[in-house]
Design a protein around this ligand. Sequence first.
Ligand SMILES: Cc1ncc(COP(=O)(O)O)c(C=O)c1O
Length: 477
Amino acid sequence: MTAAESTAFRAAVDVIAAVDPVIAGAIVGELGNQRSQLKLIASENYASPAVLLAMGNWFSDKYAEGTVGHRFYAGCEFVDRVEARATQLACELFGAAHAYVQPHSGIDANLVAFWSILARQVESPALERLGAKHINDLTEPDWEQLRQELGNQRLLGMSLDAGGHLTHGFRPNISGKMFHQRSYGTDPDTELLDYAEVRRLAQEFRPLVIVAGYSAYPRRINFATMREIADEVGAVLMVDMAHFAGLVAGKALTGDFDPVPFGQVVTTTTHKSLRGPRGGMVLCQPEYAEFVDKGCPMVLGGPLVHAMAAKAVAFTEALQPSFRDYAAAVVANAAALAEGLMRRGVRLVTGGTDNHLVLLDVTTKFGLTGRQAESALLDCGVVTNRNSIPHDPNGAWYTSGVRLGTPALTTIGMGAAEMDEVADIIVTALAAATPTAASTGPSKAKYTLADGTAAACRTRCADLLGRFPLYPGIDLS
Ligand SMILES: Cc1ncc(COP(=O)(O)O)c(C=O)c1O
């Protein structure tokens, strides 16, 4: 970390403190928290100072609806430069034919993807059939019929308890209100994706869209096979690589496991394993480009130009050879963490990992719910999130699992030896937690930790973090 970086952040905090000391205090407090806890949340990372600083400037003030060279606002010369660069770098990084870097988040990217698929597969053919150039030219009855057709399509995605995401057609999310949805799960014995079952379901359900991708499945997906299945049933393969985009960029997932050559439309976040700013992006094959580029006004408003600038910085970083080392280390660390946990008797969903995440079953060995485990680990200095496991007996709120990921700890330089220590801290903490007895049986939320465990584990976490400091050299005191 350079002196300039430290000066920049200290000056920024001073400027903010002069207007709102509460917010300045929260910013400083958050860094303190992140520095004192082992971050094992699989969807989080530590962006570089350059990425963070690219977001804090006057690009935030600019409206720029439209695309490069075709804006609905004047004065977009430098915005165009930013968006064109981010787009070009994204294509280079992922070997994609087209990129759309405007989505503000993963959910937005998925909405852009869904509506560009609907526009190409449903709206365009209807316009052609009706001899119209634009939807505004349709009569009221024709438009009403098209609206019904758009709202009557089918989507097949991974079930939530197998590791899918809410935005893949589940009812609480708008995607579930847009599509008739069915899910594929995992094999009840191996907990692995069962491609034969996906094929059977696709043939039976005949979806317009098949979504591949996950937020809690600890294994690679064979996208060549998923595309084959989609082609067989005339579906579009959409891949949501929000979680593992960094592994794709860093060439830890290649060949059949690289989604970009196979998904007609591929969405991602930029802030998880990719280590960029909070945001989203859509990559697509050429025939979807014109539809994807209409994300604004379809589901987006003005782009966040400051975030697009930071995406470009992150893509430049990910194009460096060191990012390949990073991606390989993320996977190796997840394997080491999984091995350390299993050696200590923990049951892992699927019996291991071959990506960046590990899903622990905390009920079988420790008799805890995910909620209790998540809180007990936080008491001990380890930040995680609870997660459902396949066929979870404790439901989606309490859950029986804890999801761990290695992108963040790998960023600060930890390796396999540290992962073994992390595994030991986790097992020590969970073994010391006991559900509190309630009149109806063991509580699903309350627990007690054996005396001294929290303090001892926190000391061990502090030792580790002392050896691998976060943003070393940045001093905000
Ligand atoms: C697979 C997947 N898709 C989409 C999202 C949504 O991303 P965001 O929180 O940026 O909207 C997530 C976030 O958890 C995710 O894991």
